[in-house]
Design a protein around this ligand. Structure first.
Ligand SMILES: NC(=O)c1ccc[n+]([C@@H]2O[C@H](COP(=O)([O-])OP(=O)(O)OC[C@H]3O[C@@H](n4cnc5c(N)ncnc54)[C@H](OP(=O)(O)O)[C@@H]3O)[C@@H](O)[C@H]2O)c1
Length: 334
């Protein structure tokens, strides 16, 4: 074991992740009886990393802020009271600040044992859970409806597409390139729309004149407006994020209040923030693990390899370039 390890910390607040982040070396803490020490193998990269570095994720957050969240790793030491985990066990963790670091200490009860510490297992923790819980518990997803997913070829979008399809819906997905259209077709998306070529509002009004029943929306900006307009009678729009406005801040818009769009259609916009739904984690985690293990759901991991703490900022910028396909991860060398 080395004497120190490295982690990434926002030493100043900025939604420019690279500007905020600094590599810090730290000594290993003394393990408490119920804790485990984990060597991280993969860290998940999320759109919201820039909100965390900008101090917007948790109101009142002040630097230094440990960066990253979910990780897949291997237990290297257990506290004296830990019974259900052993050295060498592969685990997933999801704690704020627990991702972009070479080692992590968590309460053993917060480490979920998995067969292997893979990027595919890791992507369930936030990307998969968000799609599954939002669609089922908040979106009241049923079958035989038309479901629209934005950023459909992204980390969480790919789950939403497949879960909506498995539930027996007609699924539309927006994305920005021919390669992403290909991925969406592989995932069973009925109608990928490449918005770099086609106008989403036009396509929706021409092909779906009765509107969209359920929308999983994480892009924000003008695409959010298009989605609100496209809602069917009784339609539900899940607002899970607004990645297009994370770095520069949300645009101030002046238009009629949203009830003029919603009320005539008895439609609704429902915000969703994963940490508020902790009571559903275990059930949906188990479901997603089963679906992935059986091959019923495929998880696509972006093929760009980002290695080590030094390349985390590259990975975050890559995700925000809009070019990534599937889940972006950072790998920590063994
Ligand atoms: N509420 C929650 O608890 C929760 C949890 C997880 C994720 N989310 C949200 O889900 C959304 C997706 O997150 P993710 O981590 O899975 O990311 P991601 O989808 O893997 O990557 C972001 C994708 O967004 C699309 N995008 C559209 N306009 C963009 C712009 N101006 N800048 C950057 N990207 C743009 C890009 O795909 P295309 O351009 O091809 O569409 C890009 O690939 C985010 O809004 C995130 O905050 C919310």
């Amino acid at each position: 074991m080395p004497e120190t390890y490295r982690k990434l910390v926002a030493t100043r607040l900025s939604t420019d992740f690279r500007e905020a982040a600094e590599i810090v070396e730290e000594e290993f803490p003394e393990l408490k009886p119920h804790e485990v020490l984990i060597r991280n193998r993969y860290a998940a990269v999320n759109a919201t990393d820039v909100n965390i570095s900008g101090g917007r994720y948790q109101p009142g957050a002040k630097p230094p802020i440990d960066l990253g969240a979910e990780a897949a790793g291997v237990v290297v030491e257990t506290g004296s009271a830990v019974k259900h985990l052993r050295e060498g066990d592969a685990v997933l963790t999801s704690t704020l600040g627990g991702g972009y670091r070479e080692y992590n200490v968590v309460r053993a009860s917060n480490a979920i044992r998995v067969p292997e510490a893979t990027p595919e297992a890791l992507s369930i923790m936030v990307s998969g859970l968000t799609a599954s819980i939002a669609l089922d518990e908040v979106g009241e997803m049923s079958s035989g409806e038309t479901v629209l997913v934005t950023a459909a070829a992204g980390g969480t979008g790919q789950y939403a597409v497949q879960l909506a399809k498995r539930a027996g819906n007609h699924v539309i997905g927006t994305c920005s390139s021919a390669e992403k259209v290909e991925l969406l077709e592989d995932l069973g998306c009925d109608h990928p729309i490449n918005y770099a070529e086609d106008d989403v509002a036009d396509v929706l009004s021409e092909r779906y004149p009765s509107g969209i029943n359920l929308i999983y929306e994480g892009v924000g900006g003008s695409l959010f407006d298009v989605c609100v307009d496209a809602l069917a009678r009784y339609g539900r729009l899940l607002s899970i994020g607004y990645v297009s406005e994370y770095r520069e801040g949300a645009e101030r818009v002046t238009q009629e209040r949203i009830y003029t769009s919603l009320l005539p259609k008895s439609a609704s916009v429902r915000g969703f923030f994963l940490p508020h739904y902790a009571e559903h984690f275990t059930e949906h985690m188990n479901k997603l693990m089963r679906l992935q293990e059986s091959g019923a759901i495929q998880v696509s991991i972006d093929d760009h390899v980002f290695e080590g703490i030094e390349q985390v900022a590259d990975a975050v910028e890559y995700l925000h370039s809009g070019k990534s396909r599937g889940k972006v991860v950072v790998r920590f060398p063994e």
